[in-house]
Design a protein around this ligand. Structure first.
Ligand code: ZN
Length: 282
């Protein structure tokens, strides 16, 4: 994957090195986090709840947005910017305006969010209340070691999946989906997650053209992305972590479904094919 020549808008809030927020208690923050647990990338909401209970409600920890100096941060910036370049024209074609996320927040350990305290163990997530994507870059290590998903494109898929949740917030999809339930093979949560995978595929399909060739995604990158999508399927995670698969507790969809919806978005490059809510087969 090539991206170093790509535009970077600096929509990054770099909170790395600020130190985590205090640890104690539970309270409202924990409940809020459990509610948004299903926006988390590939992590079970139960995990979110447990983590949240160890954390206290936060204080402000906002920093100015801007360019970052390190390559890892610049990569996130480039992918966020590219997503804006992809979604801008798609929204415009519908007579709408795409407004990017408020920022992508880079943090270590823990940070306050509009959805309660964000914590590394949750994995990357999008908070609809403050319209920010939260990312602890140590997740990339976990993506490789725990999920076996290597390569920059696997990371770009994760970032674009989270921005897919932002697109859903802009379109009102997230709100409508909540009524369909947070768990189960046909739940609103699974449909939202698979749609975010499909949106990540749409980004991948259009990134080269909208970046004037500054982002290059080759066949091997797509294979990396498919490997990442497969690695974070509910069935794969469950069979590895608990030795059995319980579809009633699915939140993100199976590996096969995640691969299928990402591929669908990538092959067609059109979010109209990402309507997981109308699909008779997920
Ligand atoms: Zn998600």
């Amino acid at each position: 994957m090539e991206w170093r020549g790509a535009r970077r808008s600096g929509n990054i809030e770099d909170r790395r090195g600020l130190g985590g927020v205090g640890v104690a208690g539970g309270g409202i923050g924990a409940l809020v986090l459990a509610a948004i647990g299903y926006f988390v990338f590939g992590i079970d909401p139960q995990t979110t709840m447990q983590v949240a209970q160890d954390l206290q409600g936060p204080t402000q920890q906002q920093v100015a947005k801007g360019q970052v100096g390190d390559a890892d941060g610049q990569f996130v910036d480039a992918i966020e910017t590219s997503n804006a370049e992809v979604w801008g024209p798609i929204f415009a074609a519908q007579g709408a305006v795409y407004r990017p996320p408020e920022s992508v927040v880079l943090y270590d350990n823990a940070t306050p969010t509009g959805c309660g305290t964000g914590q590394s163990a949750m994995g990357p997530f999008y908070c609809p209340a403050d319209r920010r994507v939260y990312l602890d870059l140590t997740f990339w290590n976990e993506l490789e070691s725990r999920f076996g998903a290597k390569g920059e494109f696997a990371r770009a898929y994760v970032i674009s999946h989270e921005i897919g949740h932002h697109v859903q917030t802009l379109l009102g999809t997230s709100e409508a989906a909540r009524r369909l339930g947070a768990k189960g093979a046909e739940s609103g949560s699974v449909r939202l997650e698979l749609q975010a995978d499909c949106y990540a595929g749409v980004w991948a399909a259009r990134a080269a053209e909208t970046s004037n060739g500054q982002i290059v995604i080759n066949r091997a990158d797509i294979e990396d992305g498919l490997g990442a999508a497969a690695a974070v399927g509910d069935d794969t995670i469950q069979s590895r972590s608990q030795g059995q698969v319980v579809p009633d507790s699915f939140t993100h969809g199976t590996s096969a479904q995640r691969v299928r919806w990402f591929t669908r978005g990538y092959e067609r490059g059109d979010p109209a094919v990402c309507d997981t809510f109308a699909a008779s087969r997920l």
